[in-house]
Design a protein around this ligand. Structure first.
Ligand SMILES: Nc1nc2c(ncn2[C@@H]2O[C@H](COP(=O)(O)OP(=O)(O)OP(=O)(O)O)[C@@H](O)[C@H]2O)c(=O)[nH]1
Ligand SMILES: [Mg+2]
Length: 255
């Protein structure tokens, strides 16, 4: 059965690099994986895509054809991908691979909040699929930033109704104290709450405390998997977690 893994996260969080490094790890461990670039706006990629949406959609053409700037063109492109879904699927299927890694658009909102993406994820990931959500240490290292990322990842989860795994990227950029704080927050929500209320009082802190309570009610806390593409670290853990999810650890049905 084909397993589709959609790599999602905020701009610059390390989606493309994760995709490249995870594929490298898979190949080293004799699992085959096909990599699909779903980001029409990608300039340079850290991997050679097997299937590339840029072969089907050209941002420059969209800008001149519709008289749009780069942001408007990205939105049109995000919707246009749905028109090419069958072609993308045909190309993916021609590889006859067990794992398909989909690297998604730079701007999270283009992937997470367009109706076309729901269609695309259902269509491309028809057999079984999941989302890996990237936590960038630049944001995850503060309690408020961590809560913001939890909110984003659970928003993505409830948009797509797919099982998901939260992944901390670029851990080589974190010092040991920051890394152990983040690990602790992801495993023990009470420690996150304690860190949150120690932040300087502000409206932002109050908002994050309220968000924290909602996330707690929704049971949105998940263990984060620490990774570093630079050190090729954490991918075995990612692979094992994905296996567990697909083996039935999570509800795959729409709720
Ligand atoms: N030190 C370090 N840098 C990393 C790691 N992973 C990614 N980066 C860097 O983080 C930056 C963003 O990485 P990308 O993989 O392009 O992130 P992205 O989410 O695909 O970015 P967009 O598609 O542009 O939104 C690049 O400069 C990467 O080299 C890592 O594990 N360690
Ligand atoms: Mg990218």
């Amino acid at each position: 059965m084909i397993s589709s893994i959609f790599v999602v996260g905020p701009a610059g969080s390390g989606k493309s690099t994760f995709t490249a490094a995870f594929r490298e790890w898979m190949i080293k461990n004799e699992y085959d994986a096909v990599v699909v670039n779903l980001d029409p706006g990608a300039d340079v990629l850290p991997y050679e895509p097997d299937v590339d949406v840029r072969d089907l959609i050209n941002l420059g053409d969209i800008m001149s054809e519709y008289g749009l700037g780069p942001n408007g063109a990205q939105i049109v492109a995000a919707d246009m991908i749905a028109n090419y879904a069958e072609e993308i699927k045909k190309n993916v299927d021609s590889y006859d691979s067990d794992y398909i890694l989909y690297d998604t658009a730079g701007q999270l909102e283009l992937f997470a909040f367009r109706a076309s993406s729901n269609f695309l994820v259902d269509f491309l990931g028809e057999e079984r699929s999941m989302i890996t959500f990237m936590f960038d240490p630049a944001l995850a290292r503060t309690p408020s930033g961590f809560v913001s990322l939890l909110l984003l990842s659970s928003t993505v989860h409830f948009r797509f109704y797919k099982p998901y795994v939260n992944i901390l990227t670029k851990i080589d950029l974190l010092d040991d104290d920051d890394l152990s704080d983040i690990a602790e927050w992801s495993e023990n929500w009470e420690s996150l709450y304690q860190s949150l209320i120690k932040e300087k009082p502000s409206m932002r802190r109050e908002l994050n405390i309220e968000l924290f309570k909602s996330l707690e009610t929704m049971d949105a806390f998940k263990k984060l998997i620490p990774t570093s593409a630079r050190m090729l670290y954490g991918y075995e853990d990612v692979y094992n977690t994905i296996q567990m999810v697909f083996a039935g650890g999570e509800d795959l049905e729409k709720r």
